[in-house]
Design a protein around this ligand. Structure first.
Ligand code: ZN
Ligand code: ZN
Length: 392
């Protein structure tokens, strides 16, 4: 509630000043008119007829002014000031079967549709479920604000898949889930994770396998300090779901040939991990065939999953074994491994850890804050993304 009130105060200040100024101007003009009329003596004339006309005009003028002032519209009361996150909208590409269309969704409604799609909430302890719903609401809101316009070149802000965040319309949620999520969204309304420069890139994944990774190690380039990677002993306390993927060598070759940076040509001879980051994720992988290429582990995962689905090659924390006609991958964790580990966060929530403490563990150097109004003007979204429907 604190953040909600805070935003209300920020927004209501200028509006209050505007209202007060308008009322004063109105009162002042009314007083000036009356003073002018009553203090001006009628012109003196030696001709009674002319004096009579002037007096008539004066009476009519007083009547007109009095009538105008009496019926002049008073400033109407301002509507309740709403926090910026209530008025901000996102353009989201939503799939309904094979039909894909762009919907304009208010930010907080988008968060309501994202929370249960991205976080398992079926906890036996209601307090834990409530904590996890609040945690995911803050994550979803922060992620959406930081990644608005990710699909600007396609005419919308965010897709509704794991590429951005999974979103499903809130009106399709079971009643108990809908109540839980609505309460969590309301309690965190407008709240984001900040490093002092607005919403952070609140990346998250299912299971880090014991250590999150630096964003720069996984994707290259520079990364903010809060995405440098942390040790996570919490997810390791849950039953492990290590994964294996065995692929026929020729099948794997055809998959690798679907994109230029992993293409090996007419035969595939060997795949070997060259380097790993401190979390154990493969950062450079050698792929040798008719051609030889070196790719990031996360890139190899993405190319294979594009053909086989997101649950096939679950993480870049893997080992590879060469067999005669096939290649066997085995690994730990699920997801890219950057930012918050949801499995570890669930364990911490079950231990009674607060939402703020859990977020601070995975995004060190950040804190919770109401998002700044200046950064979320709806007009910015509307200008950047022209409304149009797409079907693909
Ligand atoms: Zn996307
Ligand atoms: Zn973890």
């Amino acid at each position: 509630m604190t953040d909600r009130q805070g935003i209300g105060i920020v927004r209501s200040g200028p509006d209050l000043v505007k209202y007060t100024t308008a009322a004063l101007v109105h009162q002042r003009s009314r007083a000036t008119d009356i003073h002018h009329v009553t203090s001006s003596p009628p012109p003196v004339s030696l001709q009674p007829r002319s004096w009579s006309w002037t007096r008539t005009l004066l009476i009519l003028a007083i009547a007109a002014i009095t009538t105008r002032c009496a019926t002049a519209p008073r400033p109407s009361p301002q509507p309740p000031v709403r926090p910026p996150s209530d008025t901000l909208t996102l353009r989201v590409e939503v799939a309904d079967g094979d039909d894909r269309r762009i919907q304009t969704i208010r930010l907080e409604d988008y968060v309501r549709g994202t929370v249960p799609a991205e976080m398992p909430l079926a906890e036996p302890d209601a307090a834990v479920a409530e904590r996890l719903a609040r945690l995911q609401a803050i994550l979803a809101r922060t992620y959406a604000l930081a990644h608005r316009g990710r699909h600007a070149h396609q005419g919308f802000d965010l897709c509704a898949t794991t590429h951005c965040q999974v979103y499903r319309p809130p009106d399709r949620q079971p009643a108990a889930v809908a109540r839980l999520v609505a309460a969590a969204v309301d309690r965190t309304r407008g709240l984001i994770i900040s490093d002092g420069n607005g919403p952070i890139q609140a990346l998250f994944h299912a299971d880090c396998g014991g250590h999150t990774s630096s964003a720069s190690a996984v994707w290259g380039g520079s990364a903010p300090a809060y995405l440098a990677g942390v040790r996570d002993s919490f997810c390791l306390t849950t039953p492990r779901d290590d994964w294996r993927l065995a692929l026929d060598r020729d099948h794997l070759r055809r998959i690798l040939n679907t994109t230029s940076d992993t293409a090996v040509g007419r035969h595939l001879d060997q795949i070997a991990v060259l380097t790993r980051d401190p979390a154990g994720r493969a950062t450079r992988v050698s792929v040798t065939g008719e051609k030889h290429v070196v790719v990031r582990g996360e890139r190899l995962r993405a190319v294979i999953n594009r053909q086989l689905g997101p649950r096939a090659f679950r993480s870049a924390r893997f080992s590879v074994e060469q067999q005669a006609d096939r290649v066997l991958f085995s690994g730990q964790g699920f997801g890219h491994g950057v930012g918050l580990c949801q499995t570890g966060a669930i364990v911490q929530a079950r231990h009674g850890e607060s939402v703020a403490a859990i977020l601070a563990h995975y995004y060190p150097g950040t804190w919770l804050a109401p998002h700044p109004a200046a950064a979320v003007q709806p007009a910015t979204v509307e200008r950047r993304h022209r409304p149009r429907l797409t079907r693909r």
